[in-house]
Design a protein around this ligand. Structure first.
Ligand SMILES: Nc1nc2c(ncn2[C@@H]2O[C@H](COP(=O)(O)OP(=O)(O)OP(=O)(O)O)[C@@H](O)[C@H]2O)c(=O)[nH]1
Length: 200
């Protein structure tokens, strides 16, 4: 059980990618400490948030996890399609998004992000010189902006963060809760999976 609750927020696992660099394996099923990444994430989401869902265009790998699995509403644009679907489907004013290949989600860093929500349309960390929009908080105010951008072209989530005026957490600030940036670690290739200690 989590020691904090983050009200008005849905945890959304973005899991609709092709995982070509991982040979098409549903990356959320990679195991961390003997548990699929997706199951671990949903367990954390249920403890922290009002609701939890998975955005995946193939629901089969995630069907057994007991969470609502939704497809992209505006498919074909990568992770922005997933964030859009989550914002459109959530019944809460906020969503927390995480990629399905992030094995080290943790309560304290997510709580830190949530503590910065007031007055911001989104909260995104800059780590390693790059905004990290797949471990971020997005408010419903971002939905019409992202929807218009998806209909018009091929937007990036980093661009969306800038355009909505997201609260950007700089690296020095983030180090207080996550000194090594573990939250943003993700497994794109079998080599990444091995480095992060993940198994099939
Ligand atoms: N819902 C949804 N999620 C996506 C989509 N594309 C990528 N994602 C997710 O976004 C996160 C980051 O995706 P990437 O790792 O960059 O892309 P990927 O398609 O999973 O992998 P590659 O094919 O190897 O690039 C992962 O959790 C993906 O599952 C999409 O079109 N829809």
């Amino acid at each position: 059980m989590a020691s904090i609750r983050i009200a008005g927020c849905t945890g959304a696992l973005v899991a609709g990618g092709k995982a070509t660099r991982m040979g098409g394996l549903p990356k959320g099923l990679l195991q961390v400490d003997g548990e699929p990444i997706a199951a671990r994430a949903l367990r954390l989401f249920r403890a922290l948030f009002d609701d939890a869902l998975v955005v995946a265009n193939d629901p089969v790998p995630y069907a057994a996890l007991g969470a609502r699995v939704i497809p992209d509403a505006l498919p074909g644009k990568g992770a922005p399609s997933g964030v859009h679907a989550a914002l459109a489907a959530a019944s809460t004013p906020w969503i927390f998004t995480a990629a399905c290949d992030m094995p080290f989600l943790a309560e304290a860093p997510i709580g830190f992000l949530a503590g910065l929500r007031a007055g911001a349309p989104a909260v995104v960390v800059r780590w390693g010189g790059r905004l990290q929009p797949l471990h971020a908080l997005w408010s419903r105010a971002c939905l019409p902006v992202l929807e218009a951008e998806l209909r018009a072209g091929d937007p990036s989530l980093q661009g969306l963060a800038r355009r909505v005026g997201a609260r950007v957490v700089e690296e020095a600030e983030w180090r207080a809760v996550d000194p090594l940036g573990r939250a943003f670690e993700n497994a794109n290739t079998p080599e990444d999976a091995a480095r992060l200690g993940l198994s099939r």
